[in-house]
Structure formats: structure tokens, C-alpha cells
Design a protein around this ligand. Structure first.
Ligand code: GUN
Length: 297
């Protein structure tokens, strides 16, 4: 095996520690605690796991969090009312609605109901727009986690060809925007490749840094990777397995094959996943600081 494994869990641990220290300092100075409201609609098993992880992570760094578990058949109007209540509640500086939502709910309308200063996911069109013009208020957690992971691993994207596989609003598109920014952490040449491409490998083989975010288990094979490329695997896919849970997690990259070709690679689990949660904590802290700056009580 050739590739160096990028330990997302360890790097996320550093960030959590930094957040915990700042939370404590701000608490001592202001007597206030940052708060995050998480809304979970329905019983999607993966969403349940993510929401539990987010709540636990908040607790570990001293952020107050509440999870509202709402029934799958909640009406859109009722859900919007819950969001409005948290918009008005000064105890909560960040609001997160876990996706995906049930099909009878208009996800766009729900995300647009969150006050932009509390939009720690960075999904509101106002925040997406700010990001696109290079003046982000928040940075979306998973893309920001990828950028931070590269930076803290000593891998500079400046002038490098980054190929992003996947064009979702949660990962592909915002990551392209982040990496295009003229900043020392970004300034990359970015290609976004997606399902309309006849020959995906033609594009992926040109990547100095390849980011896989398409949600297809082990889609990226060893022969789709340029020798010595950096491979960042954002995929979290459940595949059937003969164990207690009945499944195991695999990424969008065939890990063993990729390890023989790449110079660096993130594992699944333990790569990008922990970074997403760490960046959410950072965004909640930022939302709290915005609240303090505006002098609201
Ligand atoms: N579902 C999958 N990823 C995310 C995320 O980053 N935020 C929210 N709210 N839901 C998700």
C-alpha cells in the first residue's frame, strides 16, 4: 500500500478542541452559551444517526442543543411554524433542518424560512449567493470540511486541478465555489463532472485532487485515478454485510485499489464525516458570535 491515510477523525478532534476553548472563553466573558436547534422529520435511519452524532458533538464542546423530532406526516405549515419559533428564540443561534425531508414537503421553502444569520448549514439562497460571490457568511459544513482537511494535512489546492465528482447543492456545487475563491486555502482550477459525462474517467484521471461525492458505492476504481493524486471520499453508502447491523459503510471510492495509486486518501468512515460535524460546531459558534456582535439579548 502506497497512499498516506488522512485521519479526518484526528483533525476533527483538533477543531472540536479549538471550538470548546472558544465557547468557554465567550461564556466567561458574556455569561451566554451558544445554542443549536436541530429539526428531524420522520424516521430515516441514517438521518437519525447523523442527528444523534450532532447532538453529542454539541454537548462535548459546551454548545447547548435541542433536537425536535417531528412526525413524518407533519404538514409543511406546521414545520414552518416550528422554524419561525426558533428564528425568534434567542436561546438558539443556529437552526438545522436535517435532510432529506419527506416528499410532501417543499425543501426549498423550508430552507428559505431559516433566518440567514442562523443558517449554520449554509443552505439558504442568501448564504449560497454570498458564498458564490466569494463573501461567505457561513461555509457549508461538508465542503468546508474538505478544504480544512486539505489545509491541515499540508496539501495546498492553489493552482492544482481539483476534479469534483458530483454536482449536488450540499457538496459538489458549494465545494466548487469554495475552491475557486482567490484565497491561500483555495485558488484551485476546478472541474465538476457529473452523470451526463460519457467518459467520467477521462476527467477523473486529470485530477491532482479528486473529490468523490456522488453517493455510489466504490464507483471510483484505481484505474480512474492519476498516480500520486490526492483522493477525498465524501461518500457514505450503506451496503449489505454479514454482521450485527446487516450493513457496512463504504465510500464512493474503491479504497484498496485507490490506495495503490493515490498519494493521500481519506477513509470511510473516519475521513470527511467527522469533519462535517466539526465544521457544523464551528458554524454554530460563528452564529453565536454574530448574535453577540449585533448586541441582541
Ligand atoms: N443531510 C445530508 N447532509 C446534510 C447536511 O449537511 N445537513 C443537513 N441538514 N442535512 C444533511
Amino acid at each position: 500500500m502506497k497512499a498516506t491515510i488522512i485521519d479526518g477523525k484526528a483533525i476533527a478532534g483538533e477543531i472540536r478542541q479549538e471550538v470548546a476553548e472558544e465557547v468557554q472563553q465567550l461564556q466567561q466573558r458574556t455569561g451566554k452559551t451558544p445554542g443549536l436547534a436541530v429539526l428531524l422529520v420522520g424516521d430515516d435511519p441514517a438521518s437519525n444517526v447523523y442527528v444523534r452524532q450532532k447532538g453529542k458533538a454539541c454537548q462535548n464542546v459546551g454548545i447547548h442543543s435541542i433536537t425536535e423530532h417531528l412526525p413524518a406526516d407533519i404538514s409543511q405549515e406546521q414545520l414552518l411554524k416550528r422554524i419561525e419559533a426558533f428564528n425568534e428564540n434567542d436561546r438558539y443561534h443556529g437552526i438545522l433542518v436535517q435532510l432529506p425531508l419527506p416528499s410532501h414537503i417543499d425543501t426549498r421553502k423550508v430552507l428559505e424560512a431559516i433566518r440567514p444569520e442562523k443558517d449554520v448549514d449554509c443552505f439558504h439562497p442568501f448564504n449560497v449567493g454570498r458564498l458564490t460571490i466569494g463573501e461567505p457568511l457561513f461555509q457549508p459544513a461538508t465542503p468546508a470540511g474538505v478544504v480544512e482537511l486539505l489545509q491541515r494535512s499540508g496539501i495546498s489546492p492553489v493552482g492544482k486541478h481539483v476534479v469534483i465528482l458530483g454536482r449536488s447543492n450540499i457538496v459538489g456545487k458549494p465545494l466548487a465555489n469554495l475552491l475557486l475563491q482567490k484565497s491561500p486555502q483555495a485558488n484551485a482550477i476546478v472541474t465538476v463532472v457529473h452523470s451526463a459525462a460519457d467518459d467520467v474517467a477521462y476527467f477523473t484521471r486529470q485530477a491532482d485532487i479528486l473529490v468523490a461525492a456522488i453517493g455510489r458505492p466504490e464507483f471510483v476504481r484505481g484505474n480512474m485515478i492519476k498516480p500520486d493524486a490526492v483522493v477525498i471520499d465524501v461518500g457514505v453508502n450503506r451496503v449489505p454485510a454479514d454482521n450485527e447491523k446487516g450493513y457496512r459503510l463504504v465510500g464512493d471510492v474503491a479504497f484498496d485499489e485507490a490506495c495503490e495509486v493515490a498519494s493521500h486518501i481519506t477513509p470511510v468512515p473516519g475521513g470527511v464525516g467527522p469533519m462535517t460535524i466539526a465544521m457544523l460546531l464551528k458554524n454554530t459558534l460563528l452564529a453565536f458570535k454574530l448574535h453577540l456582535e449585533h448586541g441582541e439579548s
